[in-house]
Ligand binder design. Structure first.
Ligand SMILES: NC(=O)c1ccc[n+]([C@@H]2O[C@H](COP(=O)([O-])OP(=O)(O)OC[C@H]3O[C@@H](n4cnc5c(N)ncnc54)[C@H](OP(=O)(O)O)[C@@H]3O)[C@@H](O)[C@H]2O)c1
Length: 279
């Protein structure tokens, strides 16, 4: 991986614009510099600078594990979809642009196979400039549909992480269509997330944005594997698929929290962001 060493300006309570200016030279010659340039030219998105700084710092200081950003959109009642089988667009245009910008900051973008089955997502960067991340799908038995749009990307064919429960013929067919399929250890019949992240690291992936769906969000939070959150809260009541369920068991378990949580409005949506207490 291309790792250069930037000098980091300390995080300070300066305005977004002032902080961007003060760190301008800090990232000189670093590949992440172009991200800061994009933030500089987009006033609304300057609040993403701490995330970019953490991604850069992580790359320099810790190379043995993947930096994980959790980013999804939910309604006021905590729903991420109306039902598991139908796609549902929650975010306003501005927060979609933000989400795509966050995608472009990361080496990889991870979802569960149910999201592929229900939404047939492209997992690309379309609402802003930037490189597409590497799509990664957790899929213990290779239910991945062979007609999925992810298989049509010209250069970024999906990485599918599976277990020994996957039928060999399905594995071969997906590989024939260009997917890179890797088998890792299982935990309770599903892909072991620790093993999946170790695998990604060994593939030279330093940062992953986890977008969903609910099962993957629950699992990654329960395993305490999240470094940073960028959550979009939209002004709807849905009463649908809850993003998070039964995390604090037993009852007296300490809730996970975003340290020094900050908020940003993007048109009608509210973005809550910051580092998670679990790492
Ligand atoms: N609002 C948003 O931002 C957003 C983002 C993404 C998705 N969504 C929505 O989320 C819904 C899908 O959510 P979902 O909970 O049904 O499915 P999901 O999280 O997308 O996928 C879950 C599936 O992934 C597989 N998996 C393998 N290893 C896993 C692990 N360690 N932990 C968790 N899952 C693992 C399991 O299937 P196997 O056992 O077969 O491997 C599991 O059933 C869709 O409606 C979609 O539209 C919303």
């Amino acid at each position: 991986m291309n790792v250069r060493v930037p000098v980091f300006a300390p995080l300070s309570p300066m305005s977004g614009t002032a902080r961007l200016a003060s760190t301008e030279t800090a990232f000189a010659h670093d590949p992440l510099e172009h991200m800061l340039t994009r933030l500089r030219t987009s006033n609304d998105m300057a609040f993403l600078q701490p995330l970019v700084e953490q991604l850069a710092a992580h790359r320099v200081r810790t190379t043995e594990r993947v930096f994980v950003t959790l980013s999804y959109s939910q309604s006021l009642d905590g729903s991420i979809a109306v039902s598991r089988s139908s796609p549902c667009s929650l975010s306003c245009r501005k927060s979609l642009e933000m989400t795509h910008m966050v995608r472009s900051f990361h080496d990889a973008l991870l979802v569960g196979v149910n999201t592929v089955l229900s939404d047939d997502p492209q997992l690309t960067v379309r609402y802003c400039e930037g490189d597409d991340p590497q799509p990664v799908v957790l899929d213990s038995t290779l239910r991945f549909p062979e007609g999925a749009r992810l298989l049509r990307h010209l250069t970024r064919k999906p990485i599918v992480i599976t277990t020994e429960r996957a039928p060999v013929d399905r594995l071969r067919r997906l590989e024939d269509k260009g997917a890179r399929v890797f088998t890792v250890a299982q935990e309770q019949g599903r892909v072991d997330l620790h093993a999946a992240l170790r695998l990604l690291r060994s593939l030279d992936i330093g940062s992953v944005m986890v977008e969903g769906g609910a099962s993957v969000i629950n699992c990654i939070l329960a395993r305490r594997l999240v470094d940073y959150c960028v959550l979009t809260i939209t002004p709807n009541f849905i009463g649908g698929v809850k993003a998070v369920d039964s995390l604090c068991q037993p009852r007296n378990a300490t809730p996970l929290s975003i340290v020094d949580c900050r908020y940003q409005t993007l048109d009608r949506d509210l973005i809550a962001y910051g580092s998670l207490s679990c790492r």
